[in-house]
Write a protein that binds this ligand. Structure first.
Ligand code: M6R
Length: 607
């Protein structure tokens, strides 16, 4: 949540900061600001709205070479120019950008006010600038460390001082910060997307670490001034991956990337000869895996829905008892960690606070926790005991699409691995692999029907309410379809098990509330058809996602989206595609801000 960028080097800081903020805008986009050191003074520009609003109001004289920038997702204080970052001290000599939440800010603020400091904003972040002011005696790093030692909460910060035109001090505790090492220039950012166009050499800061940098050099220490040697890492992905490549929106691009991203999630991990999967990152021996008696999956949002699909798979195919829990709920219910239970946390960003804290709570209680993450080097990826990267490439749209299908793909791999250690025969393992490998081509087929789905979006986008209904392994897909629609089109939608309709939601059915039914040709098909008929007989409109050539469905549904036939347990991967497209086209049709829907941000790093 919120994006940070800092720059020291020969280029125009303004240009680097604005470009970086545009790439970070998906992290938070209610206001933005930059601060540049110019002729021994700080020039600050802050604006409510998008980066383009800030750009339209930049002062003419911003020609410095060292500066910081921030794009905000508000937590403390309303969305306005004043509450936008950077925040300055009383003398406007020090400025800071901050991600995270300072829990004891009210106490610190009262104390600082009683000492004569005056505050401009309602934010928690501003206390950092005043604390640094209080402790500054010529050494910015020292002042920052003293200030941070008083802070309770989470932070990723970057701070500068007007007297030090080639110095930035950054620190992290709970909010990511990465150092970018260029040729005669240095960067700090909340994630690498902001700096990848300048450098691929990066250093990920850990909690409790502080970095001081100039355009040529950097030094990493802890809060007690102990030097820390850091590994320089190389970013493997390319700039094109964070550009739209001719698509209108990142979400559209990411939906269409799925045949490829699913292949990437499988690449090098399937072993046809042995009819199994290899997931080296799990850090578990065969014996460890054989000892697994239960699996618990913990996640939020779309990742939670992927975890639910994983649960159905693990139970029905690998025959391992499995539960799925909302991370924010698990954390506060004093969870019981049973022996021989393997835990998975699933998170695209690897930074979701609810999931991260749930993971730490589980680890505190002795659980082995594995991660299924996309962002390499993210906090969850680093703190888990092992795990699997989904290798989707950067997912920029706030609405998660390709990460969902890749997370599920990893669950197929894990299911295969466990199943082959237990009851699954060699032949069944090979058949499982073939079925999984056939999915990307089937998704291509669904994507080739996008025009028809766009047509349906035009027909249905004016409705205010929607129900999404599925059963079994496709029930979480229904939930995911509803989440996608409400998140980006702001149409109210609920996902239910089709069987639950009669226990309440059916009261909503009428001409004004269409239902979308997922009707694969699986064991529950007849039951879903009965539910569908119950809706039709009450005057409800029905869109069905059904298997190609299903004449029964064609007869009873108002509209049908066809998907290719696949083996039962693989339907989630093909069924979710039309739902993503429907949500996307509805949002476009309604003129919504598809990639940056209101009130949301890509990674939710606050509780
Ligand atoms: O990064 P994570 O996967 O941990 O994020 C979890 C949710 O915040 C995320 O999936 C959210 O629900 C998406 N915006 C859904 O599209």
């Amino acid at each position: 949540m919120c994006g940070i960028i800092g720059y020291c080097g020969p280029k125009s800081a303004e240009k680097v900061l604005i470009e970086g903020l545009k790439r970070l805008e998906y992290r938070g986009y209610d206001s933005a600001g930059i601060c540049v050191i110019l002729d021994g003074k700080l020039v600050l520009a802050k604006r409510k709205g998008k980066i383009r609003d800030l750009q339209a109001h930049l002062p003419r004289t911003l020609a410095g070479n060292c500066g910081i920038g921030h794009t905000r997702w508000a937590t403390h204080g309303e969305v306005n120019d004043t509450n936008a970052h950077p925040h300055a001290d009383c003398t406007v000599r020090i400025a800071v950008v901050h991600n995270g939440i300072i829990e004891n800010f009210a106490t610190l603020k009262d104390r600082l006010i009683s000492e004569g400091h005056s505050f401009a904003s309602e934010t928690d972040s501003e206390v950092i600038a005043h604390l640094v002011e209080k402790y500054y005696a010529g050494d910015l790093e020292e002042a920052v460390k003293k200030a941070l030692s008083l802070i309770k909460g989470t932070y990723g910060i970057v701070c500068l001082h007007a007297d030090q035109p080639d110095l930035l001090v950054g620190a992290r505790h709970g909010s990511p910060l990465v150092l970018g090492i260029g040729d005669g220039e240095m960067f700090l950012a909340s994630d690498v997307t902001a700096i990848i166009s300048h450098t691929k050499q990066v250093v990920y800061l850990e909690d409790g670490e502080v970095v001081s940098l100039s355009s040529r050099d950097y030094r990493t220490t802890d809060l007690h001034d102990q030097e820390i040697e850091k590994k320089v890492e190389h970013i493997s992905w390319e700039l094109e991956e964070i550009e739209k490549a001719g698509f209108s929106h990142f979400m559209e691009k990411e939906i269409f990337e799925q045949p490829e991203s699913i292949k990437r999630a499988m690449r090098g991990r399937l072993d046809f000869e042995e009819a199994t999967a290899h997931l080296g990152g799990l850090n578990m021996s065969t014996r460890d895996l054989l000892n697994v008696e239960r699996v618990r999956i913990v996640a939020a949002g779309t990742s939670l829905h992927a975890g639910m699909v994983g649960m159905y798979l693990l139970e029905s195919v690998a025959r391992i008892p499995c539960t799925v829990e909302i991370s924010s709920e698990l954390r506060y219910r004093n969870p019981i960690v049973e022996r021989n239970t393997l835990h998975f946390v699933v998170s695209q960003s690897g930074e979701t606070a609810d999931t991260l804290y749930a993971m730490r709570e589980l680890q505190r209680k002795g659980a082995t926790v594995l991660g299924i993450c996309n962002v390499v080097g993210s906090t969850i990826a680093r703190e888990t005991d092992g795990g699997v990267y989904i290798h989707s490439g950067p997912e920029i749209a706030v609405a998660s699409t390709k990460a969902f299908t890749s997370q599920i793909t990893v669950f197929y791999l894990f299911t295969l691995l466990l199943s082959r250690m237990r009851d699954m025969s060699f032949e069944a393992g090979q058949e499982f692999i073939q079925n999984l490998q056939s999915i990307p081509a089937k998704i291509e087929t669904v994507l080739s029907r996008s025009k028809a789905i766009e047509g349906l979006a035009k027909k249905y986008c004016e409705y205010q309410d929607f129900l999404f209904l599925g059963r079994g392994i496709n029930y979480p897909v229904a939930m995911e379809g509803a989440l996608k629609l409400k998140e980006i089109s702001y149409i109210h939608a609920e996902g239910y098990s089709a069987a639950e309709l009669k226990h309440g939601p059916i009261a909503l059915i009428g001409e004004d509330t269409p239902s979308l039914f997922l009707v694969p040709d699986d064991a529950l098909r007849d039951k879903v058809i009965s539910n569908l008929k119950e809706v039709k007989s009450r005057g409800g409109r029905v869109i069905a996602v059904a298997v190609e050539g299903d004449e029964v469905i064609a007869e009873i549904a108002d509209d049908v989206i066809e998907v290719p036939r696949v083996k039962e347990c693989f339907y989630p991967l093909v069924m979710v595609i039309p739902l993503q497209l429907l949500a996307y086209y509805c949002a476009v049709q309604l003129g919504r801000d598809v990639d940056q829907p209101r009130n949301l941000a890509k990674s939710v790093t606050v509780e």
